[in-house]
Design a protein around this ligand. Structure first.
Ligand SMILES: NC(=O)c1ccc[n+]([C@@H]2O[C@H](COP(=O)([O-])OP(=O)(O)OC[C@H]3O[C@@H](n4cnc5c(N)ncnc54)[C@H](O)[C@@H]3O)[C@@H](O)[C@H]2O)c1
Length: 316
């Protein structure tokens, strides 16, 4: 009887694995990933199973769920926002067909619980803020469209087949070691570069804001939702904090005064096709959710994580 984490060697997958092991919930963890990042999960060697496979490939999904006698699933594998925009057909195969594959295999093999990493990109722009879960969802991005379909598919499989489907709508997740491109890496790459003494030109204006959540809070929210004995509404916002780019740089420089970070000239704020603030009272009421990392705590912990990873002593 195993717990499967799709995208298990990705950023959130690795932090979730750590959180589950810490809680004593990780006796049989299977990390499923189509490009397993063995280094990222090296610290769990011998305690988890790593399976290379593609959620868009039906036989891969079926074989894994059957072979490992999977009973619970955290479904995190996805192409993220920008990459789905660049590769729309791959976005469909992975984010939509992959989710349907997983739910269907879960139905066939009597998986009890599926926890889905959804996103605030399932909302479109122009909604009254803070946005509540019941607000109309008319996403403009392909990423948001596929994730919304995944939510609806999951709710259907709950109603029709009794799978305990639950989901969280996350804001942008911040952590070290994030790969990708464009402004989607903001502010993760800026903080990491600052710690490593790498020159970094911030490619958004100083007053640019995007809601962000520290990865440890995101992983903790998934575990809290997983552990909740009963949930009423199944899908929950996890609100982020909303510092400006200038405030983030100030906070980084308060920790690392000589960080070689500056703003690029004449940048324009990239359009954000979704609102900025979200009401997550529902998550607080139903499973006790509350954010732990404000901006300063996030930056402090982020710096320590990068230093640990690179064996750097802490200088202040
Ligand atoms: N990063 C964010 O800002 C953010 C925000 C909201 C929601 N989410 C959601 O959280 C989840 C985890 O995101 P993350 O930040 O860890 O991203 P990530 O890119 O670090 O991890 C995703 C993992 O999924 C794997 N993957 C991709 N396609 C796959 C496929 N076809 N089959 C198997 N594995 C595949 C990748 O190899 C990667 O390891 C995703 O579902 C994402 O949509 C992320």
């Amino acid at each position: 009887m195993s717990i499967l984490i799709t995208g298990g060697t990705g950023s959130l997958g690795a932090y979730l694995t750590k959180a589950l092991l810490k809680e004593g919930l990780g006796d049989h963890l299977v990390l499923f990933d189509y490009r397993p990042d063995y280094e990222r999960v090296a610290e769990f060697a011998g305690r988890v199973e790593i399976v290379s496979g593609n959620i868009a490939d039906w036989p891969d999904v079926l074989r894994t769920i059957k072979e490992y006698k999977v009973r619970k699933i955290f479904h995190l594998a996805a192409l993220l926002f920008t990459e789905s925009m660049e590769r729309p057909y791959a976005g469909f195969k992975i984010n939509l067909e992959g989710t349907v594959n997983l739910l269907e295999a879960a139905r066939m093999y009597s998986v009890e619980k599926v926890i889905f990493a959804s996103t605030i990109a399932t909302y479109g722009p122009g909604l009254p803020e803070p946005v509540k879960e019941g607000a109309p969802q008319v996403p403009e991005s392909l990423y948001g469209i596929a994730k919304l379909a995944g939510e609806l598919w999951g709710l259907y499989y709950h109603r029709q087949y009794g799978i305990d489907f639950r989901a969280l709508r996350f804001a942008r997740i911040v952590n070290a070691g994030r790969s990708g491109f464009g402004t989607a890496l903001f502010p993760s790459s800026l903080i990491e570069d600052a710690v490593l003494g790498r020159r970094h030109e911030v490619n958004v204006p100083g007053d640019y804001r995007v809601p962000i959540t520290y990865i440890k809070d995101a992983a903790r929210a998934l575990v809290m939702l997983y552990k909740a004995s009963d949930v009423k509404r199944r899908i929950y916002n996890i609100n982020g904090i909303l510092p400006s780019a200038g405030e983030i740089v100030d906070s980084v420089k308060a920790h690392i005064p000589d960080a070689p970070v500056n703003f690029a000239k004449n940048t324009e704020a990239p359009p954000l096709p979704m609102p900025l603030s979200y009401d997550d009272t529902r998550a607080s009421e139903e499973f006790g959710w509350g954010m732990k990392y404000d901006l300063d705590a996030m930056i402090d912990d982020f710096i320590q994580e990068v230093q640990k990873k690179h064996g750097i002593g802490r200088e202040r």
